[in-house]
Design a protein around this ligand. Structure first.
Ligand code: SF4
Length: 68
């Protein structure tokens, strides 16, 4: 997937948190249509390229830094 689609779980619509705006230290299952078969539990601070903007969340302002 394209790098520009990377984002944090706390701002992702697949992060199964009941909170409207989840926090970084919150844990919740990932309900991504492809990843859900792995039954992942992720933190708000985690992220991946399957990210999609959560309703009501601000789009990310920073991009992850590239490895040195
Ligand atoms: S692991 Fe990826 S798809 Fe799942 S909630 Fe986090 S950013 Fe979204």
């Amino acid at each position: 997937m394209a790098d520009q689609k990377w984002g944090h779980c706390k701002q992702c619509k697949y992060f199964a948190s009941p909170a409207r705006l989840p926090l970084e230290d919150e844990e919740a299952p990932c309900l991504h249509p492809v990843l859900s078969k792995y039954r992942l539990t992720v933190f708000g601070a985690n992220g991946c390229t399957g990210w999609d903007l959560r309703a009501g969340a601000e789009p990310p302002r920073e991009r992850p830094s590239a490895p040195a």
